[in-house]
Design a binder for this molecule. Sequence first.
Ligand code: FAD
Length: 440
Amino acid sequence: MRVVVVGAGVAGLTAAYDLAAAGHDVLVLDGADRVGGKLLRAEVGGVRVDVGAEAMLHRRPEGTELTRALGLPIVHPTTATSRIWTRGELRALPRSLMGVPLDDPAPTGVLSPEGLARFRAAMPRDVEGDVSVGDLVDAVYGPEVTDRLVEPLLGGVYAGHARLLSVRATVPQLVTVAGGAAPPAPVTDGPVFAGIAGGMGRLPERLAETLAVRTGATVRELTRTATGYALTVGPTTAPELVEADLVVLATPAAPTARLLGSLAPTAAAELAAIEYASMAVVTLAFRDTDLPAVVSSGFLVPPVESRRIKAATFSFAKWDWVRAAGDGLLLLRTSLGRHREEAALQADDADLVAWSVAELRDAVGLDAEPVASHVQRWGGGLPQYAVGHLDRVARIRADVERLPGLAVCGAAYDGVGIPAVIGSAHRAARDVVRTAAPPG
Ligand SMILES: Cc1cc2nc3c(=O)[nH]c(=O)nc-3n(C[C@H](O)[C@H](O)[C@H](O)COP(=O)(O)OP(=O)(O)OC[C@H]3O[C@@H](n4cnc5c(N)ncnc54)[C@H](O)[C@@H]3O)c2cc1C
């Protein structure tokens, strides 16, 4: 069957890959001038590194399975660990479930004596329905755990706010732990994260090599035909009609809502209500002689510290391939920007670089100017899973399923991490065939 996949991010490319492997005639359309969506590499100081997503969970199989199937080299981060920049120091992070300590956090000094006492007096609570992560942690362990530990960890993944994000959709294990169940046992079976030598950006590049992809092809409208669907593609001045038996929408929530507008109004309204966070990734290259000895893989910054950067990743210390590729240059990156704080990014690239350099100086004593820098802005970078997100996704899928041969996938639904996004794409590839009307 003729399939059109809209969106050449990792979700769309994966769905297309599955459908092509199943023998369908697949075309991928993307409005951007490149493939990959939030997976992107760029040259900084002559070194090609990721300026979007840079790692994937190893414990969920979907990312590494696909990477392996494509013949790309899977690597793991070094043993350097991340720190937290709080109370004037870089401190060790306690072993935690998305910031909720699983051991007594006293030795790290992250919590004040009062915060520590409140944590030790945890008051287990059962959750009915859904609540925000922050509201649950406030009630069980005290607000300091939310502000100093959960916010920076959750902020690192969602660029969001703990008191707005759904516990069921983002950290479901916390529901049982906060209810008094034993915390999960320490993980001992292999590395938690994986990457690709040369960068995660190689994943969509390689997928696209195996597929028919058109970039610069924004899809503006989706309508039904007697046998399938018609997509209006390209500039309004020169629209082109592309026909398909099956369609997979692998676009972020807002364009998906627009495309579904008249076909699935309930799904469209639910999608339009999903908010996104914008952020920027600032990559810096320093001479190796300029950097003080750095033992960690980076650090997180709790929002209560009122700094501009929310995290720094010492890519050269985290990934052996980045250090080797640097050949005398050390590359690292900072990230800025949280949900509903877009104003913080309304500055020149030069400002974002200068703020990053200044705060790195304060944090690790890095007193040098970078030899190269790169600013990547991600407007609408990460969907925010608000309280009730799982029910919202169920309503979206129920409405979309009424339309034969149509499916949706991507970061808006079942998880923003790369393996979860790939998982949603596998599901869409199955669903779109399953729901297709029988021929004739
Ligand atoms: C800065 C940053 C860092 C991240 N770091 C990590 C990380 O380290 N590990 C991790 O697991 N996850 C990370 N994530 C999350 C992860 O990268 C994303 O959730 C995932 O890549 C999203 O993939 P996607 O295919 O769903 O969407 P996208 O990558 O957003 O792709 C959607 C595509 O649709 C196209 N499109 C939109 N509208 C139209 C239209 N009308 N017509 C045609 N095409 C259209 C876009 O151009 C885009 O290419 C990070 C995200 C960001 C922003």
